[in-house]
Design a protein around this ligand. Structure first.
Ligand code: BGC
Length: 796
């Protein structure tokens, strides 16, 4: 069995190299570097990439006869490059060696999750039996978030001589990691300057084009034995060349220590001077690694998750990547949740609704990070208000894809790689993203008890989203209900009615139900605010009684469509044609991207009852059964076990799972229902990235929502756990494949509450400390208290 704290690839397979690079990315919440082989520049097989959280750049490109803009998470200069070749005594120099060299005999990549260290071992042997073992170790420092380091050790076998090594800082990089975007302008770095400082420090500065941000990378190259270094600077990079003597029992090593600084750092620095000073001052490699390890140890303690077996190993990998993208360092930054991590260029580093799957975990374990992500949204509230105003709406309309400024960044056109056609992209009509922001505000405040946030920034966002929904809902006198028309639901397949001249569908049940929920929460919040705060906020937002009366009315009379005894995904969904799923599966095998298949056949998925991912079923992910029936009852609809089960079965049969979020949500919903297939979906969610289930997409960046979502699935989905003002509510369901596990979380003012789940039993241990005993609420409203310093067992 594979070791529980590692990810390992013991062979070099060029076709999976991009996947390895993405899954072996190292990061610290501020920046991340893909786990690429240092020997290789970007090309068809390899794609080195370094990304700084929130570092976007806007360019315009001509595509399909139109000018379009794209704001990308910028690929920064490659600091990892290292070229080497053997110079045997008395013989001609060998070729530059890479994993693609014919001489490669052995290759092994090992990611140590506990320590956050990536090791790559290569062994080359030429026709004359001369061997060279090369071992690289890399870290991106979790304690000092501007540092990273890479040590390479060379050992010669059967010969003596030298290894010629070139330590490269390469600024001639572009954003070219995703084939589908190759028509878009990918040059984001300008004004390169390079140079050297004493002490083996090479530096490179450049800036993004728009908005201009100065970037400096300094790399200190130190060798053992200490040898003279030849320094060469080009316009876009530096090379430090050194001859390292090797021979019997004589290893040589080269350490590159990177410091990455920008003009946006806080406190403000002059990037070049700061990077050079950081690189020069940085401790030796072993000391860097031990401080880095210690920082990781602290994180693993806060996020302890003890799940046995292979599922546990994958969950650890997921948590590792979550914490590398969003670490406590993130709390100091103005950044959101990049859907594909800092691991690649898919979706251009944009922020979607995926925080809905990430925040609940952070609320329970890293509340300061959760809060900072909400503040990213709050700083962009003015942009969301402006977007609403421009659309003739009220309140705040958050963008479907957000990046630096908070304006809408969704592309206007997207490429269907199957047909080669550029198509209009209407996904920006996913207005439900606003409800995700409001939901996260509410859940964060409930879980952490941070009323300071809720009553200030949180209230502003929640109320402005509520206001948006109230304005977006129009009364249909014939129906006697409010309708929200012209939107797109989480299932992105349906972006219009077949043959309709304008995009959008009407009354997406998920959109309408969550809108009603936001309105109801907005009203609750106003009721509960301290009187002075309420008046101040109402005055500032100009919320008069008439408007609040309308919120009441809309929150009780929004329309939810039904057909054949199930909730309709949207009005008219039940009248669409049925797809012959078996025929399509037989013809194409993988039909996850059914939309692309149908479009390439000159058909459209809009004609069919076929969904990309969980849409209506998302309601079962967000709300407990009693909350969902309460929400439906408020709207005058019936939602009970029978309706819910019928709805789940209905969409299960009509979903292609074209997003990694889909199996996650289905796994969650089925686990709660104790459905037969629950584990199949949970397993698919677990495998999403490690097995690259979506056919090659992981190499372009991990799926952060699904990764975080799987941890949350174990911690909240299976346990039915909710931390809130009343304590810790738990209602575990039995999942045969995951009978026992444990984790720690923050609840009731305690850090490090440990929950252990066993078949039919559950234990809660509260750490010793001054906070009050923790109330545990079990099914049937059975309440118990667990005093600090004690553990209590409960029968389920
Ligand atoms: C999904 C969206 C998701 C986005 C980014 C899309 O494929 O359909 O729900 O937000 O990916 O992860």
């Amino acid at each position: 069995m594979t070791a529980p704290w590692t990810l390992r690839y013991d062979r070099y397979e060029p076709e999976r190299e991009r996947l390895v690079e993405a899954l072996c990315t190292l990061g610290n919440g501020r920046f991340a570097t893909r786990g690429s082989a240092p020997e290789c520049p970007a090309g068809a097989t390899h794609y080195p990439g370094t990304y700084l959280a929130g570092c976007y750049d806007r360019r315009s490109s001509a595509v399909a006869g139109e000018r379009i803009e794209n704001e990308d998470l910028v690929n920064l200069p490659d600091w990892t490059r290292l070229r080497y070749r053997c110079l045997p005594d008395g013989g001609p120099p060998g070729d530059w060696l890479t994993p693609d060299s014919e001489e490669l005999r052995h290759y092994d990549v090992l990611l140590d999750l506990r320590a956050g260290v990536l090791t790559r071992s290569l062994y080359f042997e030429d026709g004359d039996g001369r061997g060279l073992r090369v071992g690289h170790r890399r870290i991106v420092h979790m304690g000092e978030p501007w540092l990273a380091a890479q040590r390479t050790v060379f050992r010669a076998y059967g010969w003596t001589g030298a290894v010629e090594a070139e330590s490269v800082l390469d600024g001639a990089v572009t954003n070219a990691g995703v084939a589908r975007y190759r028509h878009l302008e990918g040059r984001h770095l300008l004004d390169h300057r390079t140079g050297f400082e004493p002490g083996g420090v090479a530096w490179l500065t450049c800036r993004t084009t728009d908005p201009g941000r100065g970037i400096a990378l300094a790399v200190r190259t130190v060798t053992r034995p200490d040898r003279p270094v030849r320094e060469t600077a080009t316009r876009t990079g530096t090379v430090q060349t050194v001859l390292l003597p090797v021979g019997h029992r004589r290893a040589a090593s080269l350490v590159k220590t990177l410091a990455l600084r920008t003009s946006r750092d806080r406190p403000a620095v002059e990037p070049r001077a700061a990077a050079c000073a950081d690189a020069a001052r940085a401790p030796s490699f072993p000391r860097l690694v031990s401080a880095h390890r210690a920082a990781w140890q602290g994180l693993w303690q806060r996020g302890e998750l003890d799940v046995p077996g292979e599922a546990g190993r994958i969950l650890r990998l997921h948590l590792f990547h979550l914490l590398q993208t969003l670490s406590p360092h993130t709390a100091d930054l103005d950044v959101g949740v990049p859907a594909r991590g800092l691991h690649g260029e898919a979706y251009r580093g944009h922020v979607f609704w995926d925080e809905l799957f990430v925040q609940p975990y952070l609320d329970l374990h890293f509340p300061e990070v959760a809060r900072s992500l909400l503040m990213y949204r709050h700083r962009r509230l003015p942009a969301a208000r402006e977007a609403a105003r421009q659309a003739g709406a009220t309140g705040a309309m958050y963008p479907w894809q957000s990046a630096s400024s908070g304006r809408e960044e969704t592309q206007e056109l997207h490429l269907n790689p199957r047909s080669g056609r550029w198509l209009p992209d209407h996904t920006r009509l996913q207005r439900h993203v606003g409800s995700a922001v409001a939901y996260n505000v509410w859940r964060y405040a409930r879980t952490t008890g941070d009323l300071g946030f809720l009553h200030a920034a949180g209230a502003e966002m929640l109320l402005e989203v509520a206001r948006y929904w109230s304005g977006a809902a129009a009364l249909d006198p014939a129906l006697g209900r409010y309708r929200i028309r012209g939107v797109i639901g989480p299932d992105e397949y349906h972006d219009a009615y077949p043959g309709a001249p304008a995009p959008g569908i009407d009354d997406n049940a998920y959109t309408n139900a969550t809108a009603a929920w936001v309105l109801a929460r907005g009203l609750d919040l106003l009721d509960r605010l301290p009187a002075a705060r309420r008046s101040e906020l109402r005055e500032r937002l100009a919320l008069d009684d008439a408007e609040l009366d309308r919120w009441q009315d809309v929150s009780r009379r929004l329309y939810l469509p039904f057909h054949r005894g199930v909730v309709s995904q949207f009005e008219g969904y039940g009248q669409l044609a049925e797809l012959d799923w078996d025929a399509y599966r037989a013809r194409y095998g993988d039909i996850r991207r059914l939309d692309r298949i149908l479009e390439a056949e000159d058909d459209t998925v809009n004609r069919y009852q076929a969904s990309k991912q969980a849409d209506t079923l998302m309601l079962g992910h967000l709300f407990r059964p009693e909350e969902l029936s309460g929400l439906f009852a408020r709207l005058g609809y019936r939602m009970d076990d029978e309706v819910w089960r019928a709805t789940v079965d209905y969409y299960l049969a009509r979903t292609s799972h074209g997003s990694t979020l889909s199996s996650l949500v289905h796994g969650w919903v089925l686990a709660r229902l104790q459905g037969a297939d629950a584990w199949r979906y949970c397993e698919e969610a677990l495998l999403g990235d490690v097995a690259d289930v979506q056919g090659g997409t992981t190499g372009e960046g991990i799926h952060l929502g699904a990764m975080a979502g799987t941890i949350d699935l174990v911690e909240r989905g299976i346990t039915g756990l909710e931390a809130g003002p009343e304590g810790l509510r738990v209602a575990p369901v039995a999942l045969r494949e995951l009978p026992r596990f444990a984790f720690t979380l923050c609840a009731g003012g305690h850090h490090g509450v440990r929950v252990r789940v066993l078949p039919g039993r559950l234990a809660v241990r509260v750490p010793a400390g001054p906070a009050a005993p923790l109330t545990v609420v079990l099914p049937g409203e059975r309440r118990f208290t667990v005093p600090p310093g004690e553990e209590r067992w409960f029968r389920l």
